[in-house]
Design a protein around this ligand. Structure first.
Ligand code: NDP
Length: 486
């Protein structure tokens, strides 16, 4: 049976829904015409604030399956049995563009997954690159502004872009990856996800490790070159959304194999880099990848706005036996992600179905009321810890021998040093293994930086020359061809 057309109060609209109430045939309209007023008023309020970063995205549901026992590393219930399955929802995104921007933009890709576990929702809010541009969280808004639009011209601005990066040179590792062809993935299915940050996982004995997680695409990593990406931005700006949706609809379900790298506290003390430094990777040879699971995306959302636009991920959404490390950027993301959802979706954003834990076990007597409270608000239960209404507290042994932090409150700015160029130099050598990849990196930088002022172009050449003089020379040569000096 066809649904009955109604007003927002559920009252059927008789006859012609496009008829307006007016005086006579052609006279003015009546304010009492709720059908018209209500539909216009709702239309005026259709948009919610788009995400300030990661605005353009695509999402799908799927399943995570434990493939290998890692109970010596992590005691979380969803990992406790090989073969155990957990429902997931993943959202991929670009970072800097608006919600209508092209999927092929040179940009890191967000790769965020919500695991609906029996112990609550776990969000792994990752990227497709293992490092990031900053390690001082206070730089984040400053940095993002330089990658977005110029406040005067409202244009993307190569001066701002390279001025920031070349004066904050801890960015170099991420910039090398961004300007390699991995900065323009061929699809969301054909890219990896990385935790980037170090986290802390513990087993049921209370022993803990620092960990990094890698989600390696079973489709392989495929990329576009700069010109293919530019062409797609015009011919099919939504190609990544289309690719994901159509593949899942056709049953060609993409999957990723999940691995964990681990480090003891002792190993971390002896590592040649800080585990809290988001600009560094853990070399594979020293910290081998250990497989533990597979995730497969197998179901498209039925409604983009309800399920993808309203999906709210936060690294603060974690489950027992998984904790954040002291990585300062991660620490500030724990605040900022949940905070942006409170602003964008409202304080009760976790009541939106895509964000609801499947346990049905949200029971916090303090968290009451607020806009759009739709789940019954814990009914008559007291809004404090009432002595005659006991609440159970679960016990689990967590990371007993924690790090001990000491010291006075002090300002700390993690300035760059020559050491920050060592891993980028290793990457420059890795690129030699793949056909044309060194050449593409130099070309991709030059065609972007040629739009910057000459003195900033010189700084770009200097910045990449600190990775490799060969790379600097290649960029300089192409820059001079693209934007000859007078
Ligand atoms: P390895 O030789 O063991 O690994 C090199 C890795 O580089 C590959 O496994 C691949 O990672 C990744 N890679 C290949 N092409 C690109 C590209 N265009 N952009 C970014 N990454 C690429 O060396 P190490 O572990 O010692 O790392 C050397 C360098 O490789 C690092 O400095 C870092 O820049 C990069 N890298 C390292 C990762 C790590 O976790 N160790 C992860 C990703 C990059 P994958 O298999 O994940 O696709």
């Amino acid at each position: 049976m066809a649904p009955v057309y109604t007003n927002s109060n559920g009252c059927p609209i008789p006859g012609d829904p496009f008829a307006t109430q007016r005086i006579g045939k052609h006279g003015p309209l009546l304010l009492q015409d709720f059908n018209l007023i209500d539909s216009l008023a709702h239309f005026d309020r259709e948009r919610i604030p788009e995400r300030v970063v990661h605005a353009k995205g695509s999402g799908a549901y799927g399943v995570f399956e434990v493939t290998d026992d890692i109970s010596d590393i992590c005691g979380s219930a969803f990992l406790d049995t090989v073969g155990k399955k957990t429902k997931i929802f993943t959202r991929f995104s670009t970072v800097g563009g608006e919600s209508g921007s092209a999927d092929s933009a040179r940009d890191p890709r967000g790769f965020a997954t919500k695991f609906y576990t029996e112990e609550g929702n776990l969000d792994l809010v990752y990227n497709n690159t293992p490092v990031f541009f900053i390690r001082d969280p206070s730089k984040f808004p400053h940095f993002i502004h330089t990658q977005k639009r110029n406040p005067e011209t409202h244009l993307k601005d190569a001066d701002m872009f390279w001025d920031y990066l070349t004066t904050n040179q801890e960015s170099i590792h991420q910039v090398m990856i961004l300007f390699s062809d991995r900065g323009t993935p061929a699809s969301y299915r054909e890219m990896n996800g990385y935790s980037g940050h170090t986290y802390k996982w513990s087993n049921k004995k209370g022993e803990w490790h620092y960990v990094q997680v890698h989600m390696i695409s079973d489709q392989g990593v495929k990329t576009l070159n700069n010109e293919e990406a530019g062409q797609l931005a015009g011919s099919n700006p939504d190609f990544a959304q289309e690719d994901l949706f159509k593949n899942i609809a056709a049953g060609n379900n993409p999957s990723w194999t999940l691995y964990v790298q681990t480090m003891t506290q002792e190993q971390a003390k002896n590592a040649p880099f800080s585990v809290f430094d988001l600009t560094k990777v853990w070399p594979h040879a020293d910290y081998p990848l250990r497989r533990f699971g597979k995730m497969t995306l197998n179901e498209n959302p039925k409604n983009y706005f309800a399920e993808v636009e309203q999906a709210a991920f936060s690294p603060a959404h974690t489950v027992p036996f998984m904790e954040p490390s002291a990585d300062p950027v991660l620490q500030s993301r724990l605040f900022s992600y949940s905070d942006t959802h409170r602003h964008r979706l409202g304080t009760n954003y976790t009541q939106i179905p895509v964000n609801c834990p499947v346990t049905g076990a949200v029971f916090n007597p303090h968290m009451r009321d607020g806009a759009m409270n739709v789940n019954g608000n814990l009914g008559a239960h007291p809004n404090y810890m009432a002595s005659d209404k006991p609440i159970e507290f679960k016990q689990f042994s967590l990371q007993e021998e924690q790090e001990v932090w000491e010291g006075a409150a002090c300002p700390f700015h993690w300035k760059y040093t020559d050491d920050d160029f060592k891993q980028p130099a290793a990457l420059w050598n890795v690129l030699k293994r793949y056909p044309n990849q060194q050449e593409h990196l130099a070309h991709n930088v030059a065609v972007h930086a040629c739009n910057a002022r000459p003195e900033i172009q010189d700084r770009v050449v200097e910045y990449f020359s600190k990775v490799s003089t060969d790379l600097g020379d290649r960029i300089k040569k192409e820059l001079l061809e693209l934007s000859p000096r007078k």
